[in-house]
Design a protein around this ligand. Structure first.
Ligand SMILES: [Zn+2]
Length: 229
């Protein structure tokens, strides 16, 4: 019986419809069905790559295993050399699928950030809390995968035995996350933890904290503002 050729199987794995002949053959040939399953697995893995997946150089053992699987090791038999171009084509197809995924990630990165100039995601004025006499501003910016919170509160009085801590909190201030501190001049440029959803923690709060070993919020807030995200 005539098996489906690997080129056709690769194209089917990439999502093209099978020809009626291939389709009929696949119904009744476990060998070709299993080959198609393997290729589909490669394509689906490649398509799951997203912005969180950095590129890395595979350890040599991985390449050895791939070369092994595709009969690409040196000293191939005549049968293997005959199969080589085909295997090369398969790798090219897999690489193309990966390229598509990485290409779209790169496009998203470039279009959303303009690459060099940071994209301002949100800005808000920080209003005094209680009888505090200072106010300021906060801004969320993104460059590539990095989200930064910039805070400016000019004229903050020096704190005895303490410092100013910046928090991001849920809108009701029920959950507060300490993200960084302000410098002596009342400014801070704080890299937010990767994966932190700013929309979930839109409340920016600056509090006076003391060197007391208590990591929780002092309840002594100076300024506060709700980001519109
Ligand atoms: Zn077959």
């Amino acid at each position: 019986m005539e098996h489906c050729n690997d080129d056709d199987l690769s194209i089917i794995a990439l999502g093209e419809p099978a020809s009626p002949a291939d389709e009929a053959h696949l119904q009744q040939c476990p060998r070709c069905q299993s080959r198609l399953d393997q290729l589909s697995a490669v394509v689906s893995t490649a398509r799951q790559i997203d912005a969180k997946d950095g590129l890395m150089t595979p350890p040599p053992a991985v390449w050895d295993a791939i070369a092994d699987e595709l009969d690409m090791q040196p000293g191939v038999t005549s049968l293997n050399s005959r199969r080589r171009p085909r295997s090369g084509w398969l790798l090219a197809a897999a690489a193309a699928a990966v390229g598509v995924a990485i290409g779209s990630v790169a496009t998203i990165g470039v279009t959303s950030t303009g690459e060099t100039s940071p994209a301002v995601l949100a800005e808000v004025g920080l209003e005094p809390v209680g009888d505090q006499a200072v106010s300021g501003a906060a801004r969320i910016e993104r460059v590539g995968a990095t989200t930064t919170l910039s805070v400016e509160v000019p004229g903050l009085p020096a704190v005895d035995d303490g410092y100013y801590e910046v928090w991001m909190a849920t809108a009701d201030a029920g959950t507060m996350v300490a993200v960084g501190t302000l410098d002596a001049d009342g400014t801070g440029s704080i890299t937010l933890p990767g994966g932190m959803d700013v929309a979930e923690f839109p409340l920016v709060d600056v509090s006076i904290e003391h060197f007391d070993g208590d990591a929780g919020h002092s309840a002594d807030s100076v300024v506060r503002g709700l980001l519109a995200t």
